[in-house]
Ligand binder design. Structure first.
Ligand code: ZN
Ligand code: ZN
Length: 126
C-alpha cells in the first residue's frame, strides 16, 4: 500500500474508496486529497459527504500547505464562492485539490444542480 505524507500535517494519507472513486484522506487532520475531477464526480454522488469526517471546518485559520502530495509542486490557493466561501488548494500541475476536514460537505452544497435549475428559472422567467 502506498503511503503519502499529508501536505498539511505529519499524518499519512490513506486511500478511501467511495463508489469506485478513490480519494486520499489524512488519518490525522482528516483533510482529503482529490485527484483531478474526483471532487466534481463525487459531488454528484448522493451520500459522498460521508467521506468527510467532520461536518464543520474546525478552524477558520487555514494552516499553510506545503506542496502537492503527488508531484511536490507548489499549490495554488483557490476560492470557491457560492453558498459557502471555501478556500482550498489546487495543484497547477496535476489539478488535484486539497480540502480540509469539513470542507467537502460545504463544497458539495456549492453549485448544486438545484442551484443551477433555480438560476435557469430566474434567467428564463419560468
Ligand atoms: Zn493531515
Ligand atoms: Zn500535483
Amino acid at each position: 500500500m502506498k503511503c503519502i505524507g499529508c501536505p498539511k500535517c505529519n499524518g499519512q494519507l490513506h486511500q478511501v474508496i467511495y463508489q469506485q472513486i478513490e480519494v486520499d484522506r489524512c488519518d490525522h487532520c482528516q483533510g482529503i486529497w482529490f485527484d483531478r475531477l474526483e471532487a466534481e464526480k463525487l459531488k454528484q454522488i448522493k451520500g459522498s459527504e460521508s467521506l468527510d469526517k467532520c461536518t464543520k471546518p474546525r478552524n477558520k485559520q487555514r494552516s499553510p500547505v506545503s506542496a502537492c502530495p503527488h508531484c511536490h509542486q507548489q499549490m495554488l490557493r483557490m476560492l470557491d464562492i457560492d453558498k459557502h466561501a471555501i478556500w482550498y488548494e489546487k495543484c497547477a500541475r496535476c489539478q488535484g485539490i486539497w480540502l480540509e476536514a469539513g470542507q467537502f460537505s460545504q463544497y458539495k452544497q456549492n453549485f448544486t444542480p438545484k442551484g443551477v435549475i433555480d438560476l435557469a428559472k430566474q434567467v428564463l422567467h419560468i
